[in-house]
Design a protein around this ligand. Structure first.
Ligand code: FIX
Ligand code: ZN
Length: 418
């Protein structure tokens, strides 16, 4: 029997909400690690409370707190302080604090305790792999993409062992240091046996390509990635532009591994805050048009940090099918902004986008980032189907399922070069 279209607004709203709530997520960008990376996989309440979003918030809650004094404390003491200042002495209204409440609730821990004792006990009996199983299943996340940096002194040695990586964790080869800190990375490349010179002549670029190929062989990444400052531009007589156009892009196309760029970060606005001290800046996105136009064989993924750049990005994506926008990144990952951006993207790009990624740094955060996003997606998508119903087009449940699966993950896999 043919499936019947859903013709009543209530049934349509209920179906969209249910499909969005139950479809598994493929999380395109996180900073999580598979258990085989040991201590690099962060989980548990002390990590959750010392997330850099909360570190900046605790400094606002107590302006007398000096970042150096905060960071000098052991992590459990930092977590205790954040708990007291942001959860006991005030209502946890911000998105990042509400996230902790959602996580604790999902783990069966009372989020209104005066201290973190029961939250610490809740995780103590799990092995890392058991905890991954628990969190992935509760969050209904099927797989995540890590952020893997060959220039990171803690991570690099892991890759030099023969890792057997849990297949739910995909690699992404992060190349910020290569592109943006050439003066510092060139000596490292030399030390690792790549004869690159500061002049970035043809022989050096060939060596950089050899380096990238070696790390693609090692990591099998699903994309290459870099976050970029607001003044990044192309074409330009800079090492970053030369490295991108003459090393990264050719390797990306030859190996069939897309390049994900993330513009708009202003690193170290308040350096004393460390990782919590980065900010945002608006960009001139004209270089993205140049990039997509000049390299039609390449595939690009992008998420842009400034709210002011979002409409322009949608327009560019409409012009270039080799560009796939994704996620509401970092300072945009707040319900009001997610709703605004998600609605605009459906209106301008239809289903050809990936509305969200989590950017989780701590495994437990999968429980809140996706739980907070799903109802917003359900609301916006529900409205869009209602508008279609009014216009005379009634979807079936299977059609809704097909569309939701696309935006929650399939779009990434079908964007990869065949
Ligand atoms: O560059 C990135 O991938 C950013 O997501 C991070 O650097 C940032 O610290 C972050 O965690 C944002 O959510
Ligand atoms: Zn990130």
């Amino acid at each position: 029997m043919n499936e019947q279209p859903i013709r009543t607004p209530d049934a349509l709203a209920a179906t969209v909400a249910e499909v969005v709530a139950t479809t598994p997520i493929f999380d395109l960008h996180t900073h999580l690690f598979a258990p085989c990376f040991g201590d690099l996989l962060l989980y548990g309440v002390d990590e959750l409370l010392t997330y850099h979003y909360l570190i900046s918030e605790v400094h606002r809650a107590d302006p007398a707190l000096r970042p150096a004094d905060f960071y000098a404390q052991p992590k459990p003491a930092q977590a205790d302080l954040i708990w007291r200042k942001l959860f006991v002495e005030a209502a946890p209204l911000s998105e990042a604090t509400r996230g902790v409440v959602t996580v604790l609730q999902a783990l069966g821990v009372d989020p209104q305790q005066p201290d973190l004792r029961s939250a610490r006990e809740a995780v103590a009996s799990y092995s890392p792999t058991q905890y991954v199983d628990l969190i992935f299943s509760k969050a209904n996340v099927s797989a995540v993409v890590m952020t893997n940096d060959p220039f990171d002194a803690a991570e690099r040695p892991c890759w030099e062992n023969d890792l057997i990586i849990d297949p739910r964790f995909h690699a992404a080869l992060r190349i910020d240091n290569l592109l943006l800190k050439w003066a510092e990375t060139r000596p490292l490349l030399n030390a690792w046996g790549y004869a690159a010179s500061d002049s970035l002549d043809a022989a050096s670029l060939k060596e950089v390509r050899r380096f990238l190929n070696a790390w693609i062989d090692r990591m099998d990444p699903v994309y290459l990635a870099a976050s970029l400052p607001a003044d990044f531009t192309l074409p330009a007589p800079t090492p970053a532009a030369r490295l991108l156009e003459q090393a990264v892009l050719p390797v990306s196309v030859e190996r069939g591994v897309p390049f994900a760029f993330m513009p708009g970060v202003k690193r170290g606005v308040n350096p004393a805050l460390g990782q919590a001290g980065d900010g945002v800046a608006r960009c001139d996105l004209a270089w993205i048009e140049y990039l997509c136009r000049s390299y039609p064989e390449n595939r690009f993924l992008t998420t842009v940090l400034a709210r002011e750049n979002q409409h322009e990005l949608c327009v560019i994506a409409r012009k270039f099918s080799n560009l796939l926008p994704f996620g509401c990144w970092w300072f945009l990952n707040n319900p009001s902004l997610i709703e605004e951006l998600t609605r605009m993207r459906f209106e301008m790009l239809g289903l050809s986008q990936i509305p969200q990624h989590s950017d989780c740094r701590i495994l437990d955060q999968l429980l809140y980032k996706w739980a907070h996003f799903r109802p917003i997606l359900g609301k916006v998508l529900g409205e869009k189907y209602q508008d279609l119903l009014t216009a005379g087009w009634a979807p079936t449940r299977s059609q809704i399922q097909r569309d939701v699966k696309r935006v929650l993950g399939e779009n990434f896999w079908s964007f990869l070069p065949r």
